[in-house]
Design a protein around this ligand. Structure first.
Ligand SMILES: Cc1ncc(C[n+]2csc(CCOP(=O)(O)OP(=O)(O)O)c2C)c(N)n1
Ligand code: SF4
Length: 249
C-alpha cells in the first residue's frame, strides 16, 4: 500500500484530517509540520488554534496544543511565551479571527514585538460559519452577507495584514505573505518566522492565501483561478520584513 509522506510532528490518529476536500488549511499545516521537523523543535513547540476552521487543527500535531476563543489566540500564545520563554509558541488563525475580532491583539502584540509566531490563513471569508464577508473579502466578491458583491464604498477596502503589521513592528520582526500555490516558498517563510522566534528577534507573522472551495462554491479550476488570478493580484506574495537576508518576492 502506498502511504502519503507525513511530517513526523503530525498526530497520525487524527488523520485523515477534517478539512473539506480542496481546502488550503491542510497544505499550510503540512508546510508547518515539515518546518517543525526540519528545525527539530517538536518537543518544545506549543500550537494554539483559534475558533473557525482553524480549530479543526486542535489535534493535528503531536505537540502540546491549546484551543482558544475566537480572536484570542494571540494573547494566549503571548502569555505562554512570557511564562515559558524557552518554548516555541505558534498561533494559528483565520482572517476573521486575526483581522476582525482579534485585531486589537494583533496590533498590540506587533507593537510590543512579542516573541511569538502567528500564522494567519486568509481565505477571504468566514469559513466555518458558512461564508460571510470577512475583512479580506475582495471588492466585488459575493459572499453570504455581500450577495451583490463587496462594496468597498460602504464596507471599506480589504485588510492588508502583513502591510500593516510590517509598518507597526520594529527592528527584528519578520513579516511575510505566502500562498498555498507556492509550497516551497511558503515553507521557507514559515521556517524563517520560526527561526526568528527561536533566535529571540521578536514578532513573526505569516499570512497565507488559501482556498475555500466550499464557500467560494468553485470547482477545482475555478478555485485555482480565484487564488492565483484574483487573490494573488490583490495581495502581493513575498517577504515584507526580514533579517534573513534579502526580501524574497
Ligand atoms: C466571540 C465569538 N464571536 C463569534 C463566533 C462565531 N464564529 C465562529 S467561527 C467564526 C468565523 C471564522 O472565520 P475565520 O476566522 O476567517 O476562519 P475560517 O473559518 O475561515 O478558517 C465566527 C464569527 C464565536 N465562535 N465566538
Ligand atoms: S469551509 Fe472552507 S476553510 Fe473551512 S474546511 Fe471547508 S474549505 Fe476549508
Amino acid at each position: 500500500m502506498i502511504t502519503p509522506a507525513t511530517p513526523k510532528s503530525w498526530y497520525l490518529p487524527s488523520k485523515p484530517h477534517k478539512f473539506c476536500p480542496g481546502c488550503g488549511h491542510g497544505i499550510v499545516l503540512k508546510a508547518l509540520g515539515e518546518a517543525i521537523d526540519e528545525l527539530e523543535i517538536q518537543d518544545e513547540t506549543v500550537f494554539g488554534c483559534d475558533i473557525g476552521c482553524s480549530l479543526l487543527a486542535w489535534d493535528f500535531f503531536a505537540c502540546d496544543s491549546t484551543q482558544t476563543h475566537h480572536g484570542r489566540t494571540t494573547p494566549v500564545m503571548v502569555g505562554i511565551k512570557r511564562t515559558r520563554p524557552e518554548l516555541v509558541c505558534i498561533g494559528y488563525m483565520g482572517d476573521g479571527g486575526g483581522y476582525s475580532i482579534g485585531s486589537q491583539h494583533l496590533v498590540n502584540a506587533a507593537v510590543r514585538n512579542e516573541n511569538v509566531t502567528l500564522i494567519l490563513v486568509n481565505n477571504t471569508n468566514y469559513g466555518m460559519t458558512g461564508g460571510q464577508m470577512a475583512p479580506t473579502t475582495l471588492p466585488g466578491q459575493k459572499t453570504e452577507t455581500s450577495p451583490y458583491g463587496r462594496d468597498a464604498e460602504t464596507t471599506g477596502n480589504p485588510t492588508k495584514g502583513p502591510e500593516f503589521v510590517a509598518a507597526l513592528t520594529g527592528e527584528g520582526a519578520y513579516v511575510a505573505r505566502g500562498t498555498v500555490s507556492k509550497y516551497k516558498q511558503l515553507k521557507r517563510f514559515i521556517k524563517n518566522a520560526l527561526k526568528n522566534q527561536i533566535e529571540g528577534k521578536g514578532f513573526s507573522f505569516v499570512e497565507i492565501l488559501a482556498t475555500c472551495p466550499t464557500n467560494w462554491r468553485t470547482n477545482a479550476q475555478q478555485t485555482w483561478h480565484f487564488l492565483e488570478d484574483e487573490m494573488e493580484q490583490y495581495f502581493p506574495v513575498g517577504e515584507l520584513k526580514s533579517s534573513h537576508g534579502k526580501g524574497d518576492k
